[in-house]
Ligand binder design. Sequence first.
Ligand SMILES: Nc1ncnc2c1ncn2[C@@H]1O[C@H](COP(=O)(O)OP(=O)(O)OP(=O)(O)O)[C@@H](O)[C@H]1O
Ligand SMILES: [Mg+2]
Length: 541
Amino acid sequence: MTARIKDGNMELQMSVDSFVVQPDEDEFGHNHKLLQKLEMMSDLPSIFGSTVATFAVVYSTATMVFVYTVARQHFPQHLVDGVEKYGRKLVNFAFPYSQITFPEFTDAYMRRSEAFTAIQNYLSEKSSASANRLKADALKDSRSLVLSMDYNEEIADEFDGIKVWWTSNRNIPRSMQISLYPAVDEKYYKLTFHNRHKKHIIESYLPKVMEDGKAIGQVNRLRKLYSNNPSKHWNGFNPKWSHVAFEHPASFDTLAMAAKRKDEIINDLNAFKEGKEDYERIGKPWKRGYLLSGPPGTGKSTMIAAMANYLQYDVYDLELTTIKDNTELRRLLIDTSSKSILVIEDIDCSLDIMNERESKKRKIKEDDDLDPISKEVKKETEETTESKVTLSGVLNCIDGLWSSCGGERIIVFTTNYPEKLDQALIRRGRMDKYIEMSYCCFEAFKVLAKNYLKIDSHLLFAEIGELLGKTNMTPADVAENLIPVFRDENVETRMNRLIEALKAAKEGEGEGEGEGASRPKEKRKRGCNIRINKREKRNIR
Ligand SMILES: Nc1ncnc2c1ncn2[C@@H]1O[C@H](COP(=O)(O)OP(=O)(O)OP(=O)(O)O)[C@@H](O)[C@H]1O
Ligand SMILES: [Mg+2]
């Protein structure tokens, strides 16, 4: 049998290599090694190019075909059928094993079989323990190695008390062919098991191998950070998205935030990741929307990276300003894969979609004040320079097409000005969770102290805690003060630098009540003290 994945399901096809043979010793007292020896013999022509072996195989096959054809012509049909039936029974009795082959490529275009990759991942964990000869491949950062079984190696596996055997082998191209694609060895895996367990192996064991293999692949794969290319460059060679390896080191352990809030977000992500059945049952697309708000430097982008690392998802960073219209937006979103986070940073600045209704009203009023010629010139300029992606376009895409093309997707909007966002964007069901990133509190500082100073407590902590309670400093600013100015700068010096900075910020904030304070002015400009009002919060949660 040959296996391939079709529409996400495994499809088994009977082919010439389907046979039932006598493998060596197992729970039935058979010796499945014999099977491999037979296989090795059938591989002899490819391995040694032996004409004798080739001739023997061709001759015996031709003889059998000839005898069978003659018999069919000269003997009554029921007799031939009977002989065939009992012949098969005899073979089954003597060789009660089945095999399934999983070739590396699915078709002539050399597309790699999903089943093959999943099995490779599944076996990679088992090979290192049980196979004697292993192959090593570099993974991700080239520092870690993935081990897999070498050709003609065998691994035994057990499932619900049933023993199965996996072997790895390859077909060496036998003839010179003129092809666009270079001739390569086709690797394959072969699974051998007793006929008695065929149903259980096909219905339970193989789906489990696929699932486990895919999960291992998901963890091992090199994750990607995608960014959208300007549409004028899209063609067969330049895709809509270009990508680099996503190697952001952020994690929830290093994210400076109160532990309770962090746990709440982690639990939310867990519920989403494991909620496939729930979403299906409810009939809701398997996606979740997060709105991250907070002043610059409070860790919104860091949070997204931590989420992606936690879930092992790819990240699509969507730059709305380079998209011409809603059609382009739709094409871009359709081209994203599942198990991904779609990020639209600074949604308030990306487009004039903050409050579409408000801006429409404002625009009409502005246009009314213009004379007809200026109105026409303004319209033309807007048409040629402005992106025509609209809030409704974004919302339609999120709710419609994008939701229906594959599940396990997260969308994250970030903003410094949550109160300016259109209600349609933050309504319940669209943005499922609102996360407000705030200034550095003492608990968040302790995480930063652990990250940067490698300490859990210190005499100076009390003073820092007190100052943090009285002033607004972002985690980015706190971190900046904790970074050593020169190699091996001691911990006290760095903490004292932070204390000075906090005192200066506090004084600055005090003066900010009056005229001439630089920091509060800057903060106002950058959107500090923004708090989403209670009604909006209720809408989002
Ligand atoms: N909560 C945090 N935990 C850990 N590090 C943080 C946190 N907030 C900020 N930082 C540090 O400050 C830097 C800037 O933070 P980040 O880019 O995540 O802020 P932001 O909220 O996305 O800012 P902006 O609104 O300007 O995009 C990060 O590289 C990180 O080192
Ligand atoms: Mg950011």
